[in-house]
Design a protein around this ligand. Structure first.
Ligand code: MLT
Length: 259
């Protein structure tokens, strides 16, 4: 399906894919700064933000196929740079492994390759049911908001936390449940990482409480030639929490991969 997206800036194309349960607004700081030099396409994945909310289980590969369909509609068939945070990273790995000709560089942020354990899959199903029962996103917000940021963010930048909370509360309950079920059945891509043949940046928020920085950092050990940057004073939403350090790492990497 076609996705809603932001399309800003001049220059080489960089596609940025948001995490769960957010939408493309999480890239605001990148759209402003990185988008002054590069053309950033930031889609809302199926069900999120301004994209339509279909029925069914939203698997990672289905979300990835939507991105391809959207790039096709924009006639962006030459290889582009791709980045994704957390769930966006799962989608980015699906894309780069399944459509290797479409991407020339990769940025994986606060993400992992393993699939869900049985316990995690069960927690996701419980959350999906809670959201369906109530018809509201609140159960997801309560479960995730406390761990999305580095602890100090809640006192230092309550306005950022409040903005993210508002976005989370604005998501469709159907989309949240459909995505939780899709994430629970996502494949473990660990064995495929060595096949990634494009320059790769791995970015880890030092205080990530959702995906420990060490788990993200392991990606850089397995992906051939990957560059690793740890972002200080940042948790799971590193590009929002420490935009100065994250943008510097992104721009430095983009410069290194040229046009
Ligand atoms: C995300 O930030 O996209 C999610 O935490 C990913 C997940 O729940 O596995």
């Amino acid at each position: 399906m076609l996705l809603a997206f932001d399309d800003v800036g001049p220059g080489p194309v960089v596609v940025l894919i948001h995490g769960f349960p957010l939408d493309r607004t999480m890239w605001e700081a990148q759209l402003t700064e990185v988008g002054s030099i590069y053309r950033i396409i930031a889609p809302d994945l199926r069900g999120f933000g301004e994209t339509a909310v279909p029925d069914g289980v939203y698997t990672v590969d289905l979300m990835a196929d939507d991105v391809i369909e959207t790039l096709d509609a924009l006639n962006l068939t030459d290889p582009v740079v791709l980045g994704g945070l957390s769930m966006g990273g799962y989608v980015a790995m699906s894309l780069v492994l399944r459509y290797p000709d479409r991407f020339r560089a990769l940025m994986l942020m606060d993400t992992r390759t393993a699939g869900d354990s049985e316990g995690t899959a069960r927690v996701r199903e419980d959350l999906a049911r809670a959201v369906e029962r109530s018809g509201k996103p609140d159960a997801v917000v309560e479960a995730m908001l406390p761990v999305l940021f580095a602890p100090a963010m809640h006192t230092k930048h309550p306005e950022v936390v409040a903005r993210v909370r508002e976005r989370m509360l604005g998501q469709s309950p159907l989309a949240l449940a459909s995505t939780l079920r899709g994430l629970a059945v996502r494949p473990d891509r660990s064995a495929d990482l060595a096949k990634i043949a494009v320059p790769t940046l791995v970015l880890a928020g030092e205080e990530d409480q959702v995906i420990p920085a060490d788990e993200t950092r392991r990606l850089a050990e397995v992906i051939p030639g990957a560059r690793l940057v740890t972002i200080p004073e940042a948790g799971h939403l590193a590009p929002m929490e420490n935009k100065v350090a994250a943008n510097a790492a992104i721009l430095d990497f983009l410069r290194s991969v040229g046009d």
